[in-house]
Design a protein around this ligand. Structure first.
Ligand code: ADP
Ligand code: MG
Length: 561
């Protein structure tokens, strides 16, 4: 048997250092993380066995076990789940693949104080590594279901870890923590005390659907005591609202999302009748760093009659709600249901419509009842929600109703379209907007001059998706959405109509200049015309009403089109 020594990836090493010097004040959460991993491993094994009956694995008594040894000061969390192969251990435990880790570490370096660092770690959640908050050495023994050889991983959390193969490893994974010396000041956090363990499991992991067992230490001369199951295993989504505390919901959210922060909102939904299901959805309080990357994983899990079927179930919610996390448990689906079947299933489509409406009505409720929550929501998820304006015509009005936009009227308070319309000037027919890279670049645009001079409000749209949805949507309650940079805009059309006579005179006066410009710029432009839209700048470039705007041109170019 040979032992190989490996170095942690740089990011992993930095995070481990933080764990060892534990800036995180609530160290109890290490157990939640280990139990959460064990539970995932059991879900995965049950599913793999369901898909492939020939898999050589025992699924008759899937469970999690916690053992404490006061003498040796060790704590072990064991599961008989899917396990890991030799290579997987190195990949999964030796590196941190989470996107955004580099950003986190940069911010951590800049955070001067422990409180700042703690906040940042809470944002990411560090999973398995949190074991090093309470342990000075961690050993993991694992065997992948179906394989005969096991692997032992061991580390003191410093620069390196070791890997070796083992011949007699049981199926699944056991993680043994060699606990740091006891803190005499703090009896509550003695992790060798069964009482402490029981409390922590109850608080953080009660809803885990697998039994979490603890074997009490045998008293002198007694026969081996019966293991005790610490959790109630009740699926939270199947219990009535009154029975479940907010904290319990939040712990489920953390288990599913791998986010350590509280969610912004918990949404419950029960459907009875021909197609029965229960849903428990969570709106996070922060957008994840990888929300706009191609391989972003969605967070809705599908269960069938309490059995976990899949993570990341894309059939349950439309792409623009991909930030929503949660569980949907359906009664009448086959355990063997595949993603392809789900995409075509009529009941699933109805479920998707209902869940979508429920999420949108929740946002509407934030808006009418809780301005702070609405502001947070829109800041974090407004950009992604606007994708729905393009892709979900059925809910377009519902999305428009909860959307808000930066406006020339206020530096920091966005406006809804309804408010904009209320404030429109007498004679103003259309809703004006301008798209651009940033608020500042838009405000400096010469297109804005006449609007500013006349005190007409303009929406300032800076997200790439804005270019697309304004075209797709076109109007709001009969009011056209008009770019101030496109086509002819005659702000004098109503009210103070300029005398045609005066215009003609001006046209004559400038005919020479316009002709000359037309000649010089022939290659680059379609037309030169006099405009009433400028007050300070001598000239500006305008595109045709149907042309691509510059930002959209850039976007398409970037996409290689
Ligand atoms: P996360 O759970 O967010 O993926 P962790 O740091 O908690 O991050 O775990 C990293 C990975 O290690 C997991 O995704 C999983 O693949 C693997 N892993 C951890 N614990 C176990 C376990 N008990 N059984 C099988 N795989 C595990
Ligand atoms: Mg984890």
């Amino acid at each position: 048997m040979t032992t190989e020594t490996f170095e942690f990836q740089v990011e992993a090493r930095q995070l481990l250092q933080l764990m060892i010097h534990s800036v995180y004040s609530n160290k109890d959460v290490f157990l939640r993380e280990l139990v959460s991993n064990a539970s995932d491993a059991l879900d995965k094994l049950r599913l793999e066995k369901l898909r492939d009956d020939s898999l050589d694995a025992d699924v008759s008594d899937l469970h999690i076990e916690i053992d404490v040894d006061k003498e040796a000061r060790t704590l072990t969390v064991r599961d008989n789940g899917i396990g890991m192969s030799y290579d997987e251990v190195g990949q999964l435990i030796g590196t941190i693949a989470k996107s955004g880790t580099a950003t986190l570490l940069k911010e951590l370096k800049e955070a001067q104080d422990a409180a700042g660092a703690e906040g940042l770690i809470g944002q990411f959640g560090v999973g398995f590594y949190s074991a090093f908050m309470v342990a000075d050495e961690v050993t993991l023994v694992t065997r992948r279901a179906g394989e005969s050889q096991g692997t032992r991983w061991s580390s003191r959390g410093e620069a390196t870890y070791t890997l070796e193969t083992v011949d007699d490893a049981p199926q699944g994974t056991s993680v043994t923590l060699h606990l740091k010396p006891a803190d005499p000041e703090n009896q509550l956090h003695d992790y060798t005390s069964p009482w402490t363990i029981r409390e922590i499991v109850k608080r953080y992991s009660d809803f885990i659907t697998w039994p979490i067992r603890m074997v009490p230490e045998a008293a002198e001369g007694d026969s081996a005591p019966e293991p005790e199951t610490l959790n109630s295993m009740k699926a939270l989504w199947a219990r009535s609202r009154e029975e479940v505390s907010d904290d319990e919901y939040h712990e489920l959210y953390k288990h599913i999302s791998h986010d350590w922060r509280e969610p912004l909102e918990t949404i419950r939904l029960q459907a009875e009748g021909t197609f029965e299901y229960q849903a428990l959805l969570f709106v996070p309080s922060h957008a994840p760093h990888d929300l706009f990357t191609r391989d972003f994983r969605r967070g809705v899990q599908l269960y069938v009659k309490r059995v976990f079927i899949m993570d990341d179930c894309e059939a349950l919610l439309p792409p623009y709600l991909r930030f929503v996390k949660g569980v949907v448990d359906a009664q009448d689906l086959s355990l063997n249901v595949s993603r392809e079947i789900l995409q075509q299933d009529r009941h699933i489509r109805m479920m998707q419509r209902r869940l979508t409406k429920k999420v949108l009505s929740t946002v509407k409720e934030f808006m009418t009842k809780d301005a702070d929550r609405y502001t947070t929501f829109w800041r974090e998820f407004g950009t992604v929600l606007k994708e729905g304006l393009v892709t979900d015509s059925e809910n377009r009005d519902a999305i428009l109703a909860v959307a808000s936009f930066a406006t020339t009227r206020s530096d920091d308070e966005p406006t809804t379209l309804a408010r904009y319309v209320e404030r429109m000037k007498d004679g103003q027919e259309d809703i004006y907007y301008l798209t651009g890279e940033s608020r500042q670049s838009i405000e400096n645009s010469p297109h804005m001059e006449a609007f500013r001079a006349k005190g007409i409000e303009v929406l300032l749209l800076t997200d790439a998706v804005d270019e697309v949805w304004v075209d797709a949507v076109g109007e709001y309650e009969g009011r056209k959405l008009r770019s101030v940079a496109k086509g002819e805009i005659d702000l004098d059309a109503k009210g103070e109509e300029k005398a045609d006579e005066e215009r003609e005179k001006q046209a004559e006066e400038f005919a020479g200049l316009l002709g000359w410009m037309r000649e010089r710029l022939d290659e680059d432009i379609k037309e030169v015309r006099l405009s009433t839209r400028l007050t300070v700048s001598p000239a500006c470039v305008v595109s045709d009403a149907h042309d691509l705007t510059p930002a959209l041109e850039n976007m398409y170019r970037a996409m290689g089109q």
